[in-house]
Write a protein that binds this ligand. Structure first.
Ligand code: ATR
Length: 282
């Protein structure tokens, strides 16, 4: 009998994770022989669970809240983007050891550029937030060669720390990088705004000057939600094009699948199907 390769997502909580559904679709689409489950990791017990899964012959894992830092520490080697993010969402198990990667940022830019058809090249991007989620997307955004990236955070010092961390990369990529509190927003509507704050979870609108939004702005909330988030509602009321982060969720999964299997699934098709399911349930 052909044994399928085993993968899983680990998190706490985990029951609402869409990843098993998404990877099942990818496996059907590509014919790759995989099985993908979910693991409820006990708080403080990441390493034990990961070692147990590895010992059972598994090939890799996705890692979600609150274990992305534990996975970063657990990996023997890291991709550049995982090292820069300081967090790991994808583990690859092989005889050489455990490789940690972070596919969140690439998932975001693929959703923006491929699914939404908005090129990031030469545009002005405003990133709201300076926590782990924001840190993880900076390098992949630079890879798209925007003209400028402005990082705005409620706590200005954290945005300035990110500017310091990524200053050299910005210079290399010829991106104008700035950061601080709300007062540093440049005049004129931004082409793309990304809400990477945790505000949407609590239905809180991050502080942002209304003049940053325009009719040609894409306002992207990294959270996904069956109903428009407060950030999306606000941006839409100012005339911007809005989206949630469902496409990012599917595309980060597609990149993990590619890392594991060397085959790139069609994320757009799976995203549209998942959107349909979620809308039907809402
Ligand atoms: P994550 O891993 O989701 O990024 P995090 O590292 O705790 O989580 O970062 C949360 C981010 O959301 C931070 O940028 C935080 O701003 P502060 O650095 O000022 O705390 C931001 N955030 C959380 N709640 C917010 C709110 N109500 N308004 C604005 N920003 C908020």
């Amino acid at each position: 009998m052909n044994q399928k390769d085993q993968y899983a997502v680990i998190g706490n909580p985990i029951e609402h994770s869409k990843s098993p559904w998404i990877h099942k679709r990818f496996a059907e689409q590509t014919g790759e022989p995989i099985e993908y489950g979910r693991i409820l990791g006990p708080l403080g017990g990441f390493e034990k669970e990961a070692r147990w899964f590895m010992a059972a012959g598994a090939r890799g894992m996705n890692v979600t809240v609150p274990f992305k830092l534990d996975a970063h520490a657990f990996a023997n080697t890291l991709s550049l983007r995982a090292a820069a993010a300081g967090a790991v969402n994808t583990l690859l198990f092989s005889p050489e050891g455990v490789r940690g990667d972070n596919t969140d940022g690439v998932g975001l830019v693929r959703d923006i550029e491929v699914n939404l058809g908005v090129s990031l090249k030469d545009v002005r991007v405003l990133l709201l937030g300076a926590g782990g989620a924001a840190r993880g997307v900076v390098l992949p955004i630079f890879d798209c060669a925007p003209a400028a990236l402005t990082i705005v955070n409620r706590t200005a010092a954290k945005a300035l720390q990110l500017v310091e961390q990524f200053e050299a990369n910005a210079r290399e990529s010829s991106v104008r990088l700035s950061g601080g509190g709300g007062d540093i927003i440049e005049p004129g509507a931004y082409d793309v705004m990304i809400n990477a704050t945790a505000g949407s979870l609590d239905a809180v609108l991050p502080d942002c000057d209304d003049r940053a939004f325009g009719a040609a702005t894409l306002a992207y909330d990294m959270m996904y939600s069956p109903k428009p988030t407060v950030f999306m509602q606000h941006a839409a009321s100012l005339g911007a094009r809005v989206t949630d982060g469902l496409g990012m969720l599917v595309e980060q999964a597609a990149e993990s699948f590619f890392i594991w299997r060397g085959v790139r699934p069609d994320g757009g098709a799976v995203m549209r199907e998942l959107r349909g399911e979620l809308t039907a349930k809402a």
